[in-house]
Design a protein around this ligand. Structure first.
Ligand SMILES: Cc1cc2nc3c(=O)[nH]c(=O)nc-3n(C[C@H](O)[C@H](O)[C@H](O)COP(=O)(O)OP(=O)(O)OC[C@H]3O[C@@H](n4cnc5c(N)ncnc54)[C@H](O)[C@@H]3O)c2cc1C
Ligand SMILES: *[C@@H]1O[C@H](CO)[C@@H](O)[C@H](O)[C@H]1NC(C)=O
Ligand SMILES: *[C@@H]1O[C@H](CO)[C@@H](O)[C@H](O)[C@H]1NC(C)=O
Length: 381
């Protein structure tokens, strides 16, 4: 058994930011991480061509802005270098191979009891802490919808988190399901690699480009959300025109409204739309079922595919191990309270990085949480 003041679950951007802020305030802590490295989402589960889709000023951790010479939209490898420098600079030493399997609040002594299993030898160790921070991420496990016949599909299928590059798909017929940022960028990557690429777009989406988002993120400081949404929608119409003939429909609500209120991100186009307009990437409707190597679509069209990539999102896994989650989370593993009041629960329980606000959101949470912990320690009653 080991005791500390703050226990942090997860060594991604959110957990590392908390660790750095706690170090600066000289508050003892332990970070538990199930993988053998920090930021495992970025190091192990992101495709090769992935770039930050937001400008670097919106993607820095607490206490360390990006270098002036860094690219505005950093590539994955540069971002990983920044993370490794951060860990070194703030002397963060996560306990790797520690998978948290249970955490519960002990009413008798007012402490959190956390059980972590060592992933190499399955030995379980008990940790005790005054504060518990859930920083296990929104992307705990990949989600693949339950499509009839999928398990008998004759080709290969994978989740976007397992996709690295299009190299292995050259000359193959590939279907990408899901039109979020990962799905759209993977379609682009596949098509560039010589795969015959089709993509399922089922729900309405806003399509914008990086610069529109960049300008809008400055403007929201001065203008109302609805004004910014109107400007962004106008810019998007000018650049992309009417995409409904390709099966891409614009939602009724604006892009920033949807991001802030529903956690739904607009698609930040990296070149996929031009490929859809030129016919290099085909857009298909929802899938009804799968029959051996044929995919049957809602419009009854049947097409053969060699592979399917599911860019259908992730699930938060915090509720699988956090026993007393109703102090802060709903059953789906996301915060009960709306942003910006989402990060604090009962009994010194906090969550960071679960507000669907990306790295900037994780950074804000880390600062708010560590300030709160410092205050509670200063005034224990
Ligand atoms: C492909 C992709 C691109 C993205 N691009 C951007 C972008 O450009 N800008 C942006 O702002 N956001 C982006 N995001 C959003 C992303 O959620 C954040 O970038 C960021 O990684 C979130 O940090 P986090 O620490 O909250 O979660 P994560 O990075 O997921 O880290 C959580 C960590 O907790 C560990 N963990 C989970 N469960 C346990 C457990 N039970 N025990 C121990 N450890 C555990 C995991 O192994 C992981 O290392 C992107 C996401 C994806 C998938
Ligand atoms: C640890 O447990 C997992 C699942 O419970 C099992 O598959 C694995 O073989 C175990 N490893 C060791 C070293 O005991
Ligand atoms: C590409 O895929 C589409 C959709 O499955 C199919 O209709 C078309 O015949 C394929 N083209 C080639 C050259 O294989």
């Amino acid at each position: 058994m080991e005791e500390t003041i703050v226990l942090v679950v997860g060594a991604g951007p959110a957990g590392l930011g908390i660790a750095a802020c706690l170090s600066q305030k000289c508050i003892p802590y332990i970070v538990l991480e199930r993988e053998d490295c920090c930021a495992s989402l970025w190091k192990k589960r992101a495709y090769d061509r992935c770039h930050l889709h937001l400008a670097k000023e919106f993607c820095s951790f607490p206490l360390k802005p990006h270098a002036p010479e860094a690219n505005k939209y950093m590539c994955k490898d540069d971002f990983i270098d920044y993370i490794d420098e951060y860990v070194e600079q703030f002397e963060i030493t996560p306990r790797y191979y520690h998978s948290v399997e249970s955490a519960s609040f002990d009413e008798n002594n007012g402490k959190w009891l956390v059980e972590a299993r060592h992933t190499e030898n399955n030995v379980t160790k008990l940790f005790v802490s005054s504060f518990l921070v859930v920083a296990s991420g929104e992307n705990g496990k990949g989600y693949i919808p339950d499509i009839p016949g999928l398990n008998d599909f004759k080709g290969d299928f994978m989740h976007s988190s397992e996709y690295k590059s299009g190299r292995q798909f050259r000359d193959k017929d590939v279907l990408v399901v899901g039109c979020g940022n990962s799905g759209m960028e993977i379609s682009y990557d596949l098509s560039n690699s010589g795969a015959n690429t089709s993509t399922v777009i089922r729900n309405p989406v806003h399509v914008v480009d990086r610069e529109m988002v960049f300008v809008a993120m400055q403007l929201v400081k001065y203008l109302s959300l609805s004004t910014v949404d109107a400007l962004v929608s106008f810019a998007s119409k000018l650049k992309y025109g009417d995409l409904s003939k390709y099966g891409i429909f614009r939602p009724k609500e604006g892009p920033f409204f949807l991001k802030i209120n529903k956690g739904r991100s607009p698609v930040i186009d990296v070149g996929t739309i031009a490929k859809i307009q030129s016919g290099d990437i085909k857009v298909l409707p929802g899938i009804e079922r799968i029959n051996k190597n044929k995919v049957v679509f809602k419009d009854k069209v049947e097409l053969d595919f060699d592979a399917i990539i599911f860019a259908t999102g992730f699930k938060s896994t915090a509720c699988e191990w956090l026993k007393d989650y109703d102090y802060i989370l709903k059953d789906d593993g996301f915060p009960k309270n709306r942003c910006p009041n989402h990060w604090k629960g009962k009994n010194k329980l906090y969550c960071a990085g679960l507000s669907r606000m990306g790295i900037q959101g994780a950074t804000k949470d880390a600062i708010a949480i560590t300030d709160d912990i410092e205050m509670v320690l200063g005034n224990p009653n």
